[in-house]
Every structure is written in structure tokens, then in C-alpha cells.
Design a binder for this molecule. Structure first.
Ligand code: CDP
Ligand code: MG
Length: 762
């Protein structure tokens, strides 16, 4: 209850002083948000949900996107002292207030449970935190920020988030938004997930690998934590036994399957509001969906009544191009279109905070009244948050989004959806052992979900940039990722949790046997498993602790043996960082020449190392020097800072001899690149390839033909043999991040792997 009291205090007397104005504005904003919250469909269902969850240990909750599942449910649980029954022993099923709006127990009457009791009210065994998993980092961060704001607490205190390499939580954290992958990592050290009273698996329909593994594990956690799951509230208000609860939520869930999977589960439905959406198709297939999306955006802008546009594209590059194209086209629109007297012009007159009230409203459909906003995972958080802000009066937002806007985040104001019909998706060929990130058509379910985003606040329109016949050809639903990905990491983690019989693990949808076998083979080749399939202490145990792909984990272990751990850590940090280089098309000559000074003839990994070294040598405290250096060298300062961060954390994982540290020697090989190349070969050997007479490469492990990625520094002097980080499949299969290796190192460093494969014969 303390939150709510604090909040009320704050509302009553906004702080004055130097920033008195800001405080008043913030209070105003909070008030608006608070009113909005209470209108969300989740609020109407609150009491029922809480009571369902009192009686069942698993709740499968389905509700339209935007109904308040992600932001509200965890707050309901915290405010209802879920852990059930507050210190006063009251039940959490409360009568409806006279005004028909459900009251937050936090503001219902006098507070009898004071600060001191707050923690105790959670009672029973287990921790007192609620974990809410998200498949995407962006969602975890933006939602946590929003909920912290709603609760009026600084982010990282009562509400926090944790994603790989970033932890914004504290001991005070009660609601922890996190990626599903991170919760999986936590399960490694704490298989009972004892820190959590409630685990909420959100966006379960996405069926990411981590979500699927978690679902299997959670079934075990439930068995582990308490067999008496009908709650008994003791007179003291405490609970008997452990009262672990699981909530599985999503917008488009086949609830039945989840209910069947978890014994004793119950399904709940949040009835949302959904307005009709008029779906339109193109008459003919589009040659270029990017151009088509740009044209469609402008068409909506110039021809349709007000309302924001949400455009689904597949990735950052595409979004950047689309943004540029739209801006170019806008620039060529007639500048002073006569302002139609209508919503746009009127709206601009009032309420434009800080805007010059005498300034003319931007003309609807004109170049100044379209605000293009990108949203994708790698975008800096401040920029991500901009999509949630309402556009200035008379201005239309065009949000260019990846799949992230399909279900995980809800952007207010959207009335038009433009769906390219494509998505970037992970794919795995178990037979070839190849994983790729490819642009593929969406499923029918995805297309429907995307269109639905136009009808949240009123009737909307969805433009599908494909034909109706093509829609008919789409898959009904997307198969779970676990059935089409590289399972090495998953299998390693299961093994580390003591689940030896991976083939017998209770997956909701078991991955193909071949894929599991393949990852077992790979882990065996890396030395992580012994011939009996048991995790090895030297390699397997250690690899499972490192938050990187097992192949890169192996690189780090090898590097510490070979005296180049410091370099390898920097390389892995750089590889783990996206979008290091800034490559504006207009300045191609400039960035190419700037890049030259980093180029290492040994390959891309060492080039990345040079960039990292260059950056680290700058004085840390001089923001100006760092910014200048990055701008001169066409590298992305945010990416480099991120890499620095990952670097620090990886050192912590490897270095100090107490957990999480592995206590490995951290030495440097100085300017001799050979040890590092050998270490890379020792981990990436499953991705070793030999040059073919036609200039392509052949992957030794699989015989597959691949091409060196156009961005590789080795393109001009292709070495006879190389190892690479990953394959990317677009029009051809490209090998990315390559380093030249000596062919003879391979059988030496990975004898079992190459004994049967006869590498020389490739
Ligand atoms: O999870 P679900 O899709 O059911 O909804 P939610 O994410 O809890 O969002 C509920 C409402 O909060 C939406 O209507 C959003 O407009 C709003 N919201 C927001 O304005 N800013 C955020 N960062 C997150 C949510
Ligand atoms: Mg949600």
C-alpha cells in the first residue's frame, strides 16, 4: 500500500522549486496515465483473475494485445499482496466500487499493513518477486520503464528489468521484467526458481526456444515447489506451504494446449475491445515490398483521415532505408498545401505544450505533418520511447517497426497498418547443421495479428502488400522456434541442470530428434560432453556458465589456455554487439577509407579487435574525445559502449575465482595474432570452410557452399581456409565475421571432429 500512498501524496502536492513546473507536468502526466490504466480491459477482469489464481497454480491468460496484460497483471499481484491475503487477512476478492471501477486494494481504505509488514505479507517459502518474461529485450525494457512510471518509482527499484549483460534491478525489486533467455540462465543456478513467487511467461504464443524450454522446466518447478497448491490462508495472513504460481499469457494463444500441458491449469480470458479493421490486398504481387511500403505510407498520409500508421518491416536496415525514402519523398511534396480546415488545423491551436501557439498548424497530408519513427531492438532506449509519445496536434506518426510491434508492444494512436507480409526468422537445417536468419513470409495468424493492431482505438484499415491469393498460401501458424533452431545452447543448459535425457525432456512440441542429436554431437566435439553424454567438468560445466554461444564459449576457454584471453574477450564482446559500423550510403568513400586503418589481414575478428582497442585507448572520461573518434571513424558509439560493457562482464565471468568467475588466466598475446586465430579455430571449427576454385567456400562439416559476406575484410585476399561466426541466408548463403586459419590447425585442435571428416579432402 505504501506505493499508492506515496503516489497520492505526490499528486496532492507536486514539488515546487526550481523544477516546480516539471513536477507539476509530471504529476499531470501521471494522472492521465492513471486514468488510462483504469480503462484497460484487464482492470475489469482483475478480481476474477486474482481469485482464479488463488485457486489454481497455473493460469493461462488470453487477452487482446493492449488490454493491459503485461503492464497491469504484475501490478495487480503486487498490490493485492499476492502471496495472498494481506497482513490484515482480507481476501483479495473485493466488491466492485460504487462507480463501477474496480479499486486497487492499495487505495481501498485505511492502510493497516505498514511498511514493516510489506515483505512479510508475502509469507510462506520462496522469494517475493514476480518474474515476467518477454521474448524481446526491447519489450522488457520499455514495459519496465512504463510500469515504474505507473507505480511512481524509479526504474530499477520496485520495478526493474534484466536482460543479458544488463541488470536494472535491486533487492527492492518486486516486479522483474526479463527476457525468457535470462530466466532460463537463472534456472541454471537456481532450478527451483526460488526467488520468485510468481512467474509470468508472457507472449507465450511466440514460442521462442527459451520460452519452450522454460515451459518444460516450469512444469518441473511446480512439482518441486509444493504439492498442496490449494491455498490456505492462515489466521496470521501467512500461507501454508509454498505458493508458487505460474501465469502463461498471450494475445493469440491456443489456451487449450497450455491447459493440457500443465496439470490443474485454468484458462482465463480478458475480453478486450477490438474495432473492425478493413483489410485490403494489393491486386498484383509487389516486386519490392520495401518500395511498396514507402508508397503505401505516403498514400495513407496524403489521402486518409488522421490516425497513426504502423508499418511492419523485417529489420533495422530496411527500416533505415524506408525512413530515408519516406523523408526524401516527403521533401518533394508541395510545401505549403492549403491547410484544410478540419481536425488537423483545429487541434494545433490548443494544448501544444511549449509550441508557439501562433505557429500555423502543419497542413494535413503535407510534408511537415508526418513524423517518421523507427522502432527495433537495437535502437537506443530514448528513441524507442518516442514512439509511445502522442504526436503533436495535426501531425501523423508513421512507425516503422520490426515484428516487435506485432504483439509485444502496443503503440497508442494507430489506425492504419501496412503489412509487408515478411518477417526475419531464425531457421535451422538440422541435417546440414546450419542456422540462418532469413526473411520469410509471415503466417496467416501473424498477418491477422498485425492487421488487428489498426483496430485498437477505433475502426481501422490494414493494407497487406500481397495478394489475397498469396494470403491463402501462407502457413496457418508459425511452428515453434525450437523445432527449427540450433539447440546446442539449450541442450548444454539442460545438461547443466542435470537433465541428462534431453531426448526425453518434456517439451510442449519436441524438436526434431535429428536436431537434438546434432547438438549433442557438436557439444561432444567441443568437449562439453563426454562419450556417455555427461557434462564434462573442464569444458562443459564452464561453457554452461558463460552467457555466450557454446562455440564462442569454447573460443574463450581455448584463449585462456593459449594466453590470449584478453583479446578473445574483446572479440567476443564485439561479435555480440550489433551494428558496430555506421555505413551511410551517401558517405561510402569516407567510411571505407576510415575503415582501412582497422583492417587486419587476418580477418574480421581481428579487425573488430582493432576497433575495440582504438576505442578503449581513448580516455574514458572524455565523452567528447570518444564521440569525435567514433564519428571520425564511422563507428557507432552506443555499440562500442555496449561492447565495453559486455567486455567487462565477460571478464567477470572468466576472471575472479569466485562465482560467477571461472578463475581462468587472463593474459594478452600482445601484437601476435596467431594465438588468437588458433583460439578462434578451436571454438569455431564447426564453422571452418575451405576455398573453392570458383571463389566460394565449402563448409567442412557439412559440405555446404557458402560465400564470404560482402562486408568481410577478407574479400580481396581470400585465404585457403577460414572459420566464421555465422551464416546468413539472403539470396545466397553468406559467411559472416571470418578469420583466416591454417588448415593443419583444424585436425590438431579438434581431432575427433575432423578424424571422420577428412578435412583435407573438402
Ligand atoms: O500486454 P498487453 O498487450 O495486453 O497490454 P500492455 O502492454 O499491458 O499495454 C496496456 C496499455 O498500456 C496499452 O494500451 C499501451 O498503450 C499502454 N502502454 C504505453 O503507453 N506505453 C508503454 N511503454 C507500454 C504500454
Ligand atoms: Mg503484452
Amino acid at each position: 500500500m505504501e506505493d499508492f500512498e506515496e503516489e497520492q501524496q505526490r499528486r496532492k502536492k507536486p514539488r515546487r522549486g526550481a523544477n516546480g513546473f516539471d513536477a507539476a507536468a509530471a504529476a499531470e502526466r501521471r494522472k492521465r496515465i492513471d486514468a488510462e490504466r483504469r480503462q484497460l480491459p484487464a482492470w475489469a477482469a482483475r478480481d476474477q483473475l486474482l481469485s482464479l489464481l488463488q485457486q489454481h497454480r497455473t493460469l493461462v491468460l488470453v487477452g487482446e494485445t493492449g488490454s493491459g496484460k503485461t503492464t497491469q497483471i504484475p501490478q495487480f499481484l503486487v498490490n493485492a499482496r499476492f502471496g495472498f491475503g494481506s497482513g490484515t487477512g482480507q481476501t483479495s476478492v473485493k466488491p466492485r466500487a460504487a462507480n463501477g471501477v474496480d479499486q486497487d486494494p492499495g487505495d481501498a481504505g485505511p492502510s493497516t499493513s505498514g511498511r514493516g509488514q510489506a515483505n512479510g505479507a508475502w509469507g510462506g517459502g520462496g522469494g517475493n518477486c514476480i518474474a515476467v518474461t518477454q521474448p524481446r529485450r526491447v519489450a522488457a525494457m520499455t514495459v519496465a520503464r512504463r510500469v515504474a512510471e505507473e507505480m511512481g518509482t524509479p526504474l530499477g527499484q520496485k520495478v526493474g528489468y534484466a536482460i543479458r549483460f544488463e541488470d536494472a534491478t535491486s533487492p527492492a525489486t518486486r516486479i522483474k521484467y526479463m527476457t525468457d533467455g535470462l530466466l532460463l540462465r537463472e534456472a541454471l543456478v537456481d532450478p527451483a526458481l526460488s526467488r520468485y513467487r510468481v512467474v509470468i511467461i508472457d507472449e507465450a504464443h511466440e514460442r521462442t526456444v527459451s520460452t519452450d524450454v522454460l515451459l518444460g522446466l516450469l512444469k518441473g518447478v511446480q512439482a518441486l515447489r509444493g504439492d498442496d497448491f490449494r491455498l490456505v490462508v492462515m489466521p496470521s495472513g501467512a500461507l501454508r506451504g509454498d505458493d508458487f504460481r505460474l501465469v502463461v499469457m498471450s494475445a493469440t494463444l491456443d489456451a487449450g494446449r497450455f491447459v493440457d500441458f500443465f496439470p490443474g491449469a485454468v484458462a482465463g480470458l480478458i475480453r478486450g475491445r477490438q474495432y473492425p479493421v478493413q483489410v485490403m490486398y494489393t491486386a498484383r504481387p509487389e516486386d519490392n515490398y520495401l518500395d511498396a511500403a514507402v508508397c503505401a505510407t505516403l498514400q495513407v498520409h496524403t489521402e486518409e483521415p488522421p490516425g497513426d500508421v504502423l508499418v511492419f518491416l523485417t529489420g533495422q536496415d530496411e527500416i533505415d532505408s524506408a525512413e530515408r525514402l519516406i523523408k526524401d519523398k516527403l521533401a518533394s511534396l508541395p510545401r505549403s498545401q492549403p491547410a484544410t480546415v478540419g481536425e488537423g488545423a483545429e487541434g494545433a491551436g490548443e494544448g501544444a505544450d511549449g509550441a508557439d501557439p501562433s505557429a500555423p498548424a502543419p497542413a494535413p497530408g503535407g510534408p511537415d505533418s508526418l513524423l517518421v519513427l523507427p522502432i527495433y531492438a537495437a535502437l537506443p532506449p530514448e528513441q524507442q520511447m518516442r514512439v509511445f509519445e502522442p504526436a503533436p496536434p495535426g501531425v501523423r506518426k508513421a512507425i516503422l517497426a520490426t515484428n516487435i510491434a506485432e504483439t509485444s508492444i502496443t503503440i497508442p494512436g494507430v489506425r492504419y497498418v501496412i503489412d509487408t507480409g515478411y518477417v526475419k526468422s531464425r531457421d535451422y537445417n538440422a541435417k546440414l547443421g546450419l542456422e540462418s536468419l532469413a526473411v520469410v513470409p509471415v503466417s496467416q495468424a501473424q498477418a491477422r495479428q498485425r492487421s488487428g493492431r489498426a483496430g485498437r482505438e477505433g475502426p481501422g484499415k490494414a493494407l497487406r502488400l500481397f495478394t489475397e491469393a498469396d494470403f491463402g498460401q501462407l502457413e496457418q501458424t508459425t511452428p515453434p522456434e525450437i523445432t527449427r533452431c540450433n539447440l546446442a545452447s539449450v541442450v548444454l543448459q539442460l545438461k547443466a541442470m542435470g537433465i541428462d535425457d534431453v531426448l526425453g525432456f518434456e517439451f510442449m512440441d519436441p524438436p526434431p530428434r535429428a536436431a537434438i542429436l546434432r547438438s549433442l554431437e557438436l557439444l561432444f566435439a567441443l568437449g562439453a560432453l563426454d562419450a556417455a553424454g555427461k557434462l564434462t567438468e573442464q569444458v562443459g560445466q564452464r561453457l554452461s556458465r558463460l552467457p555466450v554461444d557454446p562455440m564462442y564459449g569454447r573460443v574463450l576457454l581455448a584463449a585462456s589456455d593459449m594466453g590470449c584471453a584478453l583479446e578473445a574477450v574483446a572479440v567476443v564482446a564485439m561479435v555480440a554487439t550489433e551494428n558496430v559500423f555506421h555505413t551511410p550510403r551517401a558517405k561510402e568513400k569516407e567510411w571505407r577509407s576510415a575503415r582501412l586503418k582497422f583492417v587486419a589481414r587476418e580477418g574480421d575478428h581481428l579487425t573488430l579487435l582493432n576497433v575495440f582497442r582504438g576505442f578503449s585507448e581513448l580516455p574514458k572520461e572524455s565523452h567528447k574525445a570518444r564521440t569525435q573518434w567514433c564519428s571520425d571513424n564511422f563507428v557507432n558509439i552506443r555499440a562500442l559502449r555496449k561492447a565495453e560493457d559486455i567486455h567487462t562482464q565477460l571478464l567477470r565471468f572468466l576472471g575472479p575465482p569466485s562465482p560467477p568467475g571461472l578463475g581462468l588466466p587472463l593474459r594478452s598475446c600482445g601484437d601476435d595474432p596467431t594465438p588468437l586465430r588458433r583460439a578462434l579455430a578451436a571454438g569455431l571449427f564447426p564453422h571452418a570452410a575451405r576455398l573453392q576454385p570458383d571463389g566460394s567456400y565449402r563448409v567442412l562439416a557439412t559440405g555446404r557452399q557458402v560465400f564470404l559476406h560482402p562486408s568481410s575484410v577478407l574479400l580481396d585476399r581470400k585465404p585457403p581456409a577460414l572459420v566464421f561466426s555465422e551464416l546468413m541466408h539472403t539470396t545466397k548463403t553468406y559467411a559472416r565475421d571470418a578469420t583466416a586459419v591454417e588448415p593443419r590447425w583444424l585436425p590438431e585442435l579438434a581431432p575427433t571432429f575432423f578424424a571422420a571428416k577428412a578435412p583435407g579432402q573438402a
